[in-house]
Ligand binder design. Structure first.
Ligand SMILES: Nc1ncnc2c1ncn2[C@@H]1O[C@H](COP(=O)(O)OP(=O)(O)OP(=O)(O)O)[C@@H](O)[C@H]1O
Length: 282
């Protein structure tokens, strides 16, 4: 796999105040990479830097194998899609009229509209006025607008923030499909469940600095205390280790028909974040 984003030792200050501190990470083509951090940790600033909307004091950012400033070239810009909390939609226009405007902007055929509405599960909703849509539907229209020109690389700033669970699940399904079809995705979130579900790798951002990064599963295993909780039918709990003694105890409990359930004590990403940074993700 080739590197599509490469960030090395980047520092960013706003009015002398450090927003990003020695940021280094890379993203391979085809990955879904999650940036997790609490409010004010620097997630949006990172997206702005990676999409050439903000400059930085020192370090190096490469996107598509060349300096990030190259994205200011409209041809290169068409290779990316950016979804932020500014939807860019015109409330008083219909879904179709909105998408037609963006087709013109990106020089995309109107034929793409049916296709993209199907991708985001909004077929048949094209004549609805945007202001009358639910929050979840509006976010799917925003996503349709973002992928209209089939970008290779998507930047999503908290794509499911403030959405209900059904809408969140819909967006996750769309993102998984886009990723399976080859789109590389960089997303920010403070929802560790979202990160676990859809990200191949995550980075924990705290006060502008990455404190830990890796695949969610690997992070959970490496931060596990290697214990298992056995819940017994009489309501008692027993803690056993991942060793011969633990295996023997599990065998005994099963043989004596006392076992109600077995629970792995692997921490969640939220637990690990709290342990590493001393902070909650929200
Ligand atoms: N244009 C700006 N001028 C001055 N300071 C800024 C500017 N943009 C961001 N900052 C500061 O940089 C830091 C990081 O902000 P950023 O918006 O990147 O955080 P975030 O993780 O995206 O937060 P949230 O989850 O609330 O959106 C904050 O201290 C913020 O106040």
């Amino acid at each position: 796999m080739s590197e599509i984003i490469e960030v090395s030792n980047v520092h960013k200050d706003f009015d002398g105040k450090r927003a990003l501190d020695d940021l280094s990470f890379s993203i391979q083509a085809g990955e879904t990479f999650g940036f997790l951090g609490p409010s004010g940790s620097g997630k949006t600033t990172t997206i702005k830097l990676l999409t050439a909307q903000e400059s930085y004091q020192s370090g190096r950012i490469q996107v598509f194998g060349r300096s990030v400033e190259g994205l200011r070239d409209p041809k290169q810009m068409k290779r990316i899609g950016v979804l932020t909390d500014n939807t860019g939609l015109y409330d008083r226009l219909t879904v179709e009229a909105n998408l037609k405007l963006f087709c013109k902007l990106y020089d995309v055929s109107f034929k793409r509209i049916d296709e993209v509405l199907n991708e985001v599960g909004l077929t048949g909703e094209e004549s609805k006025v945007v202001s009358k849509l639910s929050k979840g539907m509006r976010q799917r229209v925003t996503l349709a607008r973002t992928i209209l020109h089939k970008p290779e690389l998507l930047f999503l700033d908290e794509p499911t923030s403030a959405l209900d669970p059904v809408s969140t699940e819909r967006i996750h399904r769309i993102l998984r499909t886009l990723n399976e079809e080859g789109t590389t995705i960089f997303l920010t979130t403070h929802d560790m469940y979202e990160a676990e579900r859809i990200c191949d790798r995550v980075a924990f951002l705290n006060k502008g600095h990455i404190q830990l990064q890796g695949p969610p599963r690997e992070l959970r295993v490496s931060h596990s205390d290697a214990s298992i909780t056995l819940l017994l039918k009489d309501g008692r709990e027993q803690l056993v280790g991942h060793d011969h003694e633990g295996a023997e105890r599990i065998r005994e409990v099963i043989a004596s028909h006392q076992l109600a359930s077995v629970h792995s004590n692997e921490p969640t990403l939220g637990d690990i974040f709290a342990r590493v940074t001393g902070k909650e993700l929200l």
